[in-house]
Design a binder for this molecule. Structure first.
Ligand code: SOE
Length: 376
């Protein structure tokens, strides 16, 4: 098997999810290339050394530029905060590397566009980690929509609810809390959570045309973790929008970190002419499917336990009935990326296709501030 030398930047939550995917994928999928954990880079020299030892990276750097200069690294994976994405991605692309980037692609549309331009110029492979596409039940939803069984789509409904920032004492900025600092994150739940919903929606139901949005920042000031000073909060704590898809269907989307009791409740529902589909991240191995073509008296919602060998990705795992989890969506994404390397068609979403999500995020934020419908 040929080798694919990976250089990871960032060792937080996503650095672990990606590292686990590279380490595990070849044990379960038959691939032409085996990912090799070649190097990891992150700011803190001691912590990056510990991380490298723990996960088996062959070398480590405290300056990401050194990782990009490393001739052995073929693929640069950006798992560092959003404010680093554009600079690192563009440098890596200019160095001729393949680049994978954590979502959202960038802090704003202008940065994302520069990354797409650099990717086009470089001509190397890119991909954005919108991992939920690769949860088998969500991939099955894609297959159902693609088969035409659901018919014309009327409604697409999605929400992503969390509750971890309700306390005003939670600081913003720094390790683990940079998502609350607008300078680092770019936006709040719109770019962090709604972006997942938008990516899946575009994949399942095509592009959005226009949106009418509202956002709110419930806690206006928070201590900054790095300076200790009370600082204005620039992110949106909650974001919701109505929208129209290009295919004529209607969209209702909501994301918040203020839904007490919900930890990561990503749900989606699609209502079509012949059927409906519903999925819930808290019950991720099930897909709910209603088929109006079923015999009248027997008609009802089916709860499909997506664990059988003929379900997407599942033949690579355990025996039917045994479920897999969140981390497997990253493993599937690596498998698809690696399998695409010898193909003409790249694994999705590339930087270029992920730009569409950035355009919707941008339209949502524009609409929330103009209080008008905005075109995507
Ligand atoms: C935020 O809490 C977060 O970790 C997001 O950044 C991830 O993208 C999402 O998958 C889970 O929630």
């Amino acid at each position: 098997m040929k080798k694919l030398n990976v250089g990871l930047i960032g060792y937080g939550f996503m650095g672990r999810a990606h590292s686990n995917a590279y380490l595990t994928v070849s044990q379960f999928f038959d691939l032409n290339y085996q990912p090799v954990l070649k190097a990891v880079a992150a700011r803190d020299p001691d912590k990056v050394k510990q991380f490298a030892h723990k996960w088996g990276y062959e070398s480590h750097y405290s300056d990401w530029r050194k990782l990009i200069e490393d001739p052995l690294v073929e693929l640069v994976d950006i798992a560092s905060p959003n404010d680093t994405h554009a600079e690192i991605a563009i440098a890596a692309l200019e160095a001729g590397k393949m680049v994978l980037c954590e979502k959202p692609l960038a802090r704003n549309l202008a940065e994302a566009q520069r990354m797409v331009d650099a990717a086009k110029k470089a001509g190397t492979r890119t991909m954005v980690w919108y991992n939920y596409r690769r949860i088998p039940a969500v991939t099955l939803a894609k297959q159902i929509v693609g088969s035409g069984k659901i018919g014309r789509i009327f409604h697409y409904r999605a929400k992503f609810l969390q509750d971890w920032t309700i306390s005003a004492a939670v600081p913003q900025g720094g390790a683990a809390l940079w998502r609350l600092d607008v300078d680092v994150a770019g936006s709040g739940v719109t770019g962090d959570l709604l972006a997942h919903c938008i990516d899946t929606a575009i994949w399942l139901n095509g592009e959005l045309e226009s949106v009418s949005a509202m956002t709110e920042t419930f806690i206006k000031e928070r201590p900054h973790q790095l300076t200790g000073k009370m600082t204005d909060v620039g992110i949106d704590d909650a974001s919701a929008f109505l929208g129209r898809f290009k295919n004529g269907s209607l969209a209702t989307f909501e994301a918040t970190r203020y839904a007490r009791g919900h930890k990561a409740l990503y749900t989606l529902e699609i209502n079509g002419e012949h059927g409906s589909i519903a999925w819930d991240l808290h019950d991720l191995h099930r897909l709910q499917w209603f088929d109006h073509k079923d015999e009248g008296a027997m008609r009802g919602w089916r709860s499909i336990h997506v664990t059988d060998g003929d379900h997407p990705y599942m033949a690579n795992w355990w025996v039917p009935g045994l479920s897999i989890g969140y981390e497997h969506s990253f493993i599937h994404q690596v498998a698809d990326f690696v399998n695409s390397l010898d193909e003409k068609t790249p694994a999705e979403p590339t930087f270029e296709s992920a730009l569409e999500t950035e355009k919707v995020v941008d339209a949502v934020l524009r609409s929330a501030s103009s209080k008008k419908w905005e075109n995507v």
